[in-house]
Design a protein around this ligand. Structure first.
Ligand code: DP6
Length: 322
């Protein structure tokens, strides 16, 4: 049995930044994200007795062993759960606008968890799918769900998984500003590890999270985009501040990121609800009202090219496709 499974990417509003356990991917803190409609991964897994090793074919191209390693963590776990002793062919298609340069590990590993467990004949709960996606990549645990999801950190494999928070079927959206599509110099995995180990700002970051998380959940329940954006922006700035304190120091920001952030501040001065967040790369994502997405896109069109601006609305959770 094998089917295509689709998972959408998510962007964290309260960031996951640092691991308590690197092997199991247990995070230092809870995180909260919004799953989006614009970017997703379709994956099909086939367990086949004729295979002599696991294979990963991404966008039609066979991948090397390093790309295969995250995938194999998930495959191994599925084989263990299903008592299956066959290698797998993983076919995956990333639906990310050309040259967007956006991380696809959240949607990729979530789709893999769904497709591999389905192909192995397992009928997993969302909670178990989230745990399975998590061991591939932490942020993937949240892409099992549509709308807002919180990854509850837990303390071991069984207690660390995401839960749905709100379906986000209200006036919230995100505009992506793609400033650079180059492969990042410091991966999120390496960046968070270096920060935990060396940044004196890391403790301050951790201490501030309970308040951010509590306040954003209230703001979400009140459907208050302004408040959600304000909390997400300050949370992202704190996360990025920790990297400057690391040894050696690093930053994901480029001059273009700063230009984009200033453009968002300018939009606010003009009365728009617009706040930014950033991840382990230079692209900037604007949290805004869905009803103002095209208006804001128009406003920014003199500064950025058409292809650099991508509108996104809240997206669905993991599902089978034809
Ligand atoms: C900055 O989930 O890519 O995007 O668990 O090591 O695979 P691994 O890391 P990953 O880290 C994402 C970091 C982030 C913030 C977030 O998505 O919460």
């Amino acid at each position: 049995m094998s089917n295509w499974v689709r998972a959408h990417t998510n962007i964290a509003l309260i960031k996951y930044w640092g691991k308590e356990n690197e092997t199991l991917i247990i995070p230092k803190n809870n995180s909260l994200s919004l799953t989006l409609d614009a970017f997703y991964t379709d994956t099909k897994v086939t367990f086949d007795k004729h295979l002599t090793k696991d294979e990963l074919i991404l966008d039609g191209k066979e991948q090397d062993d390093s790309a295969l390693s995250k995938v194999q963590r998930v495959l191994e776990e599925v084989r263990k759960m299903a008592d299956l002793h066959l290698y797998a062919r993983v076919e995956s298609i990333n639906h990310v606008p050309t040259a967007a340069g956006l991380a696809s590990s959240a949607s990729g590993l979530a789709a893999l968890a769904g497709a591999a467990s389905h192909a192995a004949g397992l009928d997993l709960s969302d909670k178990d799918l989230s745990k399975l996606a998590r061991i591939g990549s932490g942020s993937a645990s949240r892409s099992i769900f549509g709308g807002f999801a919180e990854w509850v950190k837990g303390h071991d494999h069984d207690s660390s998984y995401a839960v749905p928070v709100d379906d986000a079927q209200w006036d919230i959206g995100m505009l992506f500003i793609i400033v650079n599509d180059a492969v990042k110099e410091v991966s999120s995995r390496d960046g968070m590890k270096r920060t935990v180990e060396t940044s004196p700002f890391y403790d301050g970051w951790l201490k501030s999270l309970d308040t951010d998380l509590k306040e954003i959940k209230i703001a979400i329940s009140e459907r208050d985009v302004e408040k959600v954006g304000r909390i997400a922006e300050r949370n992202a700035l704190k996360m990025h501040a920790t990297t400057l304190g690391a040894d050696p120091p690093f930053t994901y920001w480029t001059a273009e990121s700063m230009t984009a952030m200033n453009a968002v501040r300018e939009l606010r001065k003009q009365g728009y609800t617009a706040y930014f967040t950033m991840d382990a790369g230079p692209n900037v994502k604007i949290i805004c009202r869905q009803s103002q997405l095209s208006d804001i896109k128009n406003k920014l069109s003199s500064m950025f090219k058409e292809g650099q601006l991508i509108e996104a609305k809240p997206g669905p959770g993991l599902h089978l496709i034809d």
